[in-house]
Design a protein around this ligand. Structure first.
Ligand SMILES: O=C[C@H](O)COP(=O)(O)O
Length: 257
C-alpha cells in the first residue's frame, strides 16, 4: 500500500501576523484539490499560537522548526521546549535542518538528542539530512547520509522510525538555490536511506515516510514525487505563497491517487 504523501511548508524565519493570515487562508481555501495528502505548516516559533488559531478546524497540521534538546523545562534562555510546541497544537517538529547544522553548530549528537526528546514529548520528528555539494562531488553522499541517519538510529533505536518519525532528504546544494536534485538523484538517495533502515529492521522500513526538500516548485513537484521511495516534500521558499504551495500539494495528490 502506498504511504500517505506529506507536504510540509517550512516557513523558516519568515512571516508576520498579516502575511500569516493571508497564507493560511489561501492554503485552507485550496485543500480540496489535495484531499488525500497530509498538509503541514511549520511557522516561526513566535507565530505558532497565531497560526493555530488561523488553522482552526481545517485539516492543516502544525509543526515547529526546532526544539530544545532538553526533556525537562528550565533555565535554557532562548530555547523552546517540545512540550510548549505540543501544547500549542504542534504534532511535528523539524530536527537537524541543514541551516541548524551549518549556522548553529548542531552536531549529529545534538540532532539525535532532539529527535529523542521530540518523541518522548509526543511529537513526530522530521529528521532532516543531506550532503553538501563538496560531499556529493567527492562521492561521499551515501557515507554522509549513512552517518547522519546512523547517529539517530544508534541513539534512538531503529524502532523509533516507522510511523513515529519522518525523514527529509535535503541535499544542501539544492536548498534555496533554485538548483534541484533530479528525480533520479532524489529517488536514489531515498532508496539508500530506506535500505539503511531495512538493514536494521525490515518491518519498519515500509511505513517510514521520506520527504524530498530543496527547491521544490510547482513545475518540478510532480516529477520529484514520482519516485517509489519519495513520500512528499519539505518546502521552503515555495511554501510562502499559497498558490505555489497548493500546486505542490496537487503534485503529491496526483502521485497519491
Ligand atoms: O526546509 C526546506 C528546505 O530547506 C528547502 O528550502 P527551499 O524549498 O527554499 O529550497
Amino acid at each position: 500500500m502506498k504511504r500517505q504523501y506529506l507536504v510540509a511548508g517550512n516557513w523558516k524565519m519568515n512571516g508576520s501576523l498579516e502575511a500569516n493570515r493571508t497564507l493560511v487562508a489561501g492554503i485552507a481555501a485550496g485543500l480540496e484539490a489535495c484531499a488525500q495528502v497530509e498538509v503541514l505548516v511549520c511557522p516561526a516559533a513566535v507565530h505558532i499560537g497565531q497560526v493555530r488559531e488561523l488553522i482552526g478546524s481545517t485539516r492543516i497540521r502544525l509543526g515547529g522548526q526546532n526544539l530544545a534538546d532538553q526533556e525537562k523545562a528550565g533555565a535554557f534562555t532562548g530555547e523552546t521546549h517540545g512540550a510548549m510546541l505540543k501544547e500549542l497544537g504542534c504534532s511535528y517538529v523539524l530536527v537537524g535542518h541543514s541551516e541548524r547544522r551549518a549556522l548553529y553548530g548542531e552536531t549529529d549528537a545534538i540532532v539525535a538528542a532532539k529527535f529523542k526528546v521530540a518523541q518522548a514529548l509526543g511529537l513526530v520528528p522530521v529528521l532532516c539530512l543531506g550532503e553538501t555539494l563538496e560531499e556529493r562531488d567527492g562521492n561521499r553522499t551515501e557515507a554522509v547520509l549513512g552517518r547522519q541517519l546512523g547517529a539517530v538510529i544508534d541513539a534512538a533505536g531503529v524502532a523509533a522510525f516507522g510511523a513515529k518519525a519522518v525523514i527529509a532528504y535535503e541535499p544542501v546544494w539544492a536548498i534555496g538555490t533554485g538548483r534541484t536534485a533530479t528525480a533520479a538523484q532524489a529517488q536514489a538517495a531515498h532508496a539508500f536511506l530506506r535500505g539503511q533502515l531495512a538493514n536494521r529492521d525490515a518491518t519498519i522500513t515500509g511505513s517510514t515516510r521520506i520527504l524530498y526538500g530543496g527547491s521544490v516548485k510547482p513545475d518540478n513537484a510532480l516529477e520529484l514525487f514520482a519516485g517509489a521511495d519519495v513520500d512528499g516534500g519539505l518546502i521552503g521558499g515555495a511554501s510562502l505563497k499559497s498558490s505555489d504551495f497548493l500546486a505542490i500539494c496537487a503534485g503529491a495528490q496526483a502521485q497519491q491517487a
